[in-house]
Design a protein around this ligand. Structure first.
Ligand code: NAD
Ligand code: DAU
Length: 341
């Protein structure tokens, strides 16, 4: 099966490409713009001999997408996105361009070129914040709170409309928070690990009691493979591993694994419109496709923390230059940054 994977140089996309190429019978074209989040070092070691080919391009460019969509493509697995909530709060325009216009451009190209399957990788953040108990099902209303989540919800609706209107073979997935190797350290877990390794403060927003539903990236990739092969066209599948933890619990556990003091934890100004809680019901995926997660949060976090500790060159490479600038903007004087919004 020949796949066009968009955003394959990012965190989940690169893990997905490594996973799928370890299975038999796949060829991958990785189409990625290489924004600040795209990093070909995430795919080091892969080459043409591995049924792998890279094209640098923008999903929002009609010409560039047309150039990548050769007639042999059987399916598109669409990861490419602006993915970080805090960046969307600073400036939403790139989010609308890539996540909304880029997705529409890709859907249109798929339809015109007769691509039979389109896996649209979305997020549980489109559902908004969960009060109290319960979990998001695929029927929960869309209530996005950040510009990032709103742009993803818009893309989900376009994907739905392309299925309903043109019969495009779209399947949409909504996963909880991923963690694992190759994640850009603007996200909670790699940020906390890399700061702790340098004995720098671990900035927790608000009271630190916000919860996220964590899943190891390889469990997400295995779910996507099952959905690619057997998911129902037009359906939405939630993906979750019952990994709910508060951010404070996560920070404490990272410090424990590294043998560092909890004094490094620093409570800072909250994120505007910060969703209090996410939790995902993935029984549709489990019952229909037989998927279940294999990696417990404790085991996965342990291994992930060790991965960052053991790959200092990768960490240093992504924390240079632009990252330092971003870090100063968001954390330099967090109260002032937020009050000036
Ligand atoms: P990421 O930020 O690590 O990677 C995004 C990739 O997309 C990068 O390689 C970047 O270069 C590429 N890209 C950005 N704009 C592009 C454009 N215009 N054209 C082509 N490529 C472009 O993101 P991630 O965390 O790997 O997330 C991948 C997808 O999964 C996103 O759609 C995200 O919404 C979704 N998702 C992420 C999580 C999570 O916890 N990280 C959870 C659920 C869903
Ligand atoms: O739920 C899926 C989503 O998970 C994906 O769609 C997004 O692409 C991905 O970025 C992630 O969004 P979050 O906003 O949940 O992830 P983030 O790592 O930014 O934050 C996780 C939690 O940690 C959240 O409650 C905010 C908090 N946080 C985050 C950072 C970066 C802190 O307390 N301090 C921090 O420095």
């Amino acid at each position: 099966m020949k796949l066009l994977v968009t955003g394959g140089a990012g965190f989940i996309g690169s893990n997905f490409i490594r996973h799928i190429l370890s299975r038999r019978g796949y060829q991958v074209v990785n189409f990625d713009l290489l924004t600040y989040a795209g990093n070909l070092r995430n795919l080091a070691g892969l080459g043409a001999g591995d049924d792998y080919h890279f094209i640098r391009g923008d999903i929002a460019s009609r010409q560039q997408v047309a150039g990548a969509l050769d007639p042999g493509i059987d399916a598109i697995v669409h990861f490419a996105a602006e993915s970080h909530v805090d960046r969307s709060i600073l400036d939403a325009s790139a989010f609308v361009r890539t996540n909304v216009l880029g997705t529409q451009n890709l859907l249109e190209a798929a339809r015109r070129n007769g691509v039979s399957r389109f896996i649209h990788v979305s997020t549980d953040e489109v559902y908004g914040s969960l009060p109290g108990g319960g979990e998001f099902t695929e029927d929960s209303p869309l209530a996005p709170n950040s510009p990032y989540a709103a742009s993803k919800a818009a893309a989900d609706l376009l994907a739905r409309a392309y299925h309903r209107t043109y019969g495009l073979g779209v399947v949409t997935t909504r996963c909880g928070n991923n963690y694992g190797p190759y994640q850009f350290p603007e996200k909670l877990i790699p940020l906390m690990v890399s700061n702790a390794l340098d004995d720098e403060p671990l900035p927790l927003y608000g009271d630190g009691l916000y919860t996220r539903d964590w899943i190891h990236v390889l469990d997400h990739c295995r779910a996507l493979e099952a959905i690619l092969l057997k998911g129902r066209e037009g359906a939405v599948y939630n993906i979750g591993a019952h990994g709910e933890r508060t951010n404070l619990e996560v920070a404490r556990r990272i410090l424990g694994i590294l043998g560092k003091s909890e004094d490094l934890i620093s409570f800072v100004a909250d994120r505007p419109a910060h969703d209090r809680r996410y939790a995902v019901d993935s029984s549709r995926l489990r019952l229909e496709l037989g998927w279940s997660p294999r990696i417990s949060f404790e085991e996965g976090l342990d291994e992930t923390v060790r991965w960052y500790r053991d790959h200092p060159q990768w960490v240093d490479g992504v924390r240079s230059g632009d990252y330092r600038h971003y870090y100063r903007m968001v954390y330099g004087n967090r109260d002032r940054t937020l009050s000036s919004l």
